[in-house]
Design a protein around this ligand. Sequence first.
Ligand code: ADP
Length: 425
Amino acid sequence: MTLALGCIADDYTGASDLANTLTRAGLRTVQTIGVPADDLALPEVDAVVVSLKSRSIEAGLAVSRSRAAEAWLSGRGASHVLFKICSTFDSTDAGNIGPVMDALRADCGEAIVLVTPAFPETGRTVYQGNLFVGAVPLNESPLKDHPLNPMHDSNLVRVLARQSRTQIGLVDLATVTRGADDVRARLAELADKGIGAAIIDAVFDRDLETIGLVAAEHRLSVGASGIGLGLARALVSTGKVRSRTAGGEASAGVGGAAACLAGSCSQATLQQIANAERVMPVLHLDPEQIVSGPGEAQRALAWAQPRLADGPVLIASSATPEAVAAVQARHGRDAAGHAIEQAMADIAAGLVQAGVRRLIVAGGETSGAVVDRLRIPGFLVGVEIAPGVPVLRAVGAGAGDMLLALKSGNFGGAEFFSDALALMR
Ligand code: ADP
């Protein structure tokens, strides 16, 4: 198998967003959790997105993990690698975008790298090298107060130059608007001057398509899901990939029992649980009991097992903001959160052992804990249940064929659990 597109994402949710975007654009896409083992058996796919957690770690570590991901993707024949960053360019002067880009550029032997975090459909645009978040420049947006990566400069040519060993150029919107040939000529001009990377302006989706066409002729690019969309459309329009119905095959039924787990305490999830009560048995866990020992997870499994044959069940730790605050005050926020996540992971493992093959998890951190515990190395991305929440088909999981839906707290409509079950057969 030869991959048309390899991607390295610097965080898990960014990776999911990119994998979903590529799928909707017609690419069969697998998202992996970390750099996969060499012997991971992949289905026939067009793109692989390797999810790392490298956005805010020490730069040297981000470089070594990203290089390992690049080596894995190149080993699978990826002719282009996209280093996926946040659409708000989250980074500091120490990295990690510049150092990772420099290392991947050296490994790929690329003369000049195209860089743009633009994603117009989410309000991220780049003009004259300046990143806008909605109507305001990056340094006037809420990102100026980000706890890990405060962004005080909207000019990405300057931002990236402070992080990178190479000089940074600009391909402006006027050039992009004139088309792919003008972009190619401008990149050649910059490369001749020894400039190793260029920020490219993009304000509309059509700009991303022009950028995607040119980027696909290079070995490496850097950007958010927007450039991923441009690359996917270019791969389809040039016939390098045969477009498929978004995620169809990935969502094919697996049978087996179904269960839902909710660890998110968001308003949306609380409403979704309330609505699920009308159509399935729901067990509300006692957070105090969870924090004090493994008994509560065992009680949940004993409750679920006899019910699984009759239809889906839902187990929730979710509680109102007042109840959450009380638990946090007694045990500390992190300790309580961690204990509850681990209990949900224990319950997930027990449910799979009891025959569950369709599992829906509400909560970002909760999903992470569950996927880690089930040791699922990757997912083939299927149809969307709600915007940004696709059905996922486990790849290389010990339990065999399995469908999952993993949603962050605020995602999905009021009937999310029923909506997910309707698409997960
Ligand atoms: P979201 O996507 O809504 O942020 P997460 O799963 O990422 O959901 O985060 C929810 C956090 O709250 C997790 O750490 C979870 O363990 C914790 N949690 C869940 N239920 C409770 C509860 N009843 N009391 C306190 N913390 C809870």
